[in-house]
Write a protein that binds this ligand. Sequence first.
Ligand SMILES: [Mn+2]
Length: 270
Amino acid sequence: MKASLYLTAPGSRFWTAASAVSLAQAIAVAAGCGYDAVEVMPRDARDPDPEALRAMAERHGLSVIGLATGYVALEHGLTFTHPDPEVRRQAVRAACRCLDSALLAGAPLISIGIIRGKLQGGASREEAWAHLVDCVRECGLYAGELGLTLTIEPGNRYETDFIHTADEGLALLRSVNLPSVRLQLDTFHMNIEEASPADAVRRAGLYTAHVHLADSNRRAPGWGHLDFRPIAGALRETGYAGAIGLEMLLVPDLEAAARQGLQFVRRLFG
Ligand SMILES: [Mn+2]
């Protein structure tokens, strides 16, 4: 099972930011721990420069497994469900630029999380859902042209009011109906929203293209109270062949969390 470490470009507003550690230093730590890959939340489509990122990873024998699009919402305020069509158009354009960067970084996927936005401006849930489907379809078509995958990550209710569960994610996949659009499951969100995370993994089946692992408190797995064994069992049952991405609070520090996360994954999946 390939393991990847989730890293954030320095200066990002995203919560995984590892203080003053540069991406080059963080990648060196990931390599030292024995990770296979990194996943990166950029600050912009060119920050980090995707080709430089790829070279940094390759220097250590690592690959870039994916880029996150959260920066489009966090840094630029652009979302797929914004009531203003011009904002939605810009959000789609930014996500497509992220796909261009993923291609240059050698990353097979980009993820759709908070870029989907929240209900606002008096829009009804139905309108917002229709906007989301249109935006994801447009980005998904472009991802398909590039041979890349767009993953939809269900998120917990405190971070998004759209798509909390794997079932809701699957409903979006059905509406979009493109082979380039798939699910990304995150154990931290599943622990809050799913009646049974393991059953959610089974229902998502082979629609799952990527998995994030973190414990109940977003710390490294094993440092909270989530039981990962049924989740790992369900992933094995479904024949999941993607990577396991450690997306966790880098406490007490990057290296300690990275080491704990990887050891836990190696024990869990053998
Ligand atoms: Mn995640």
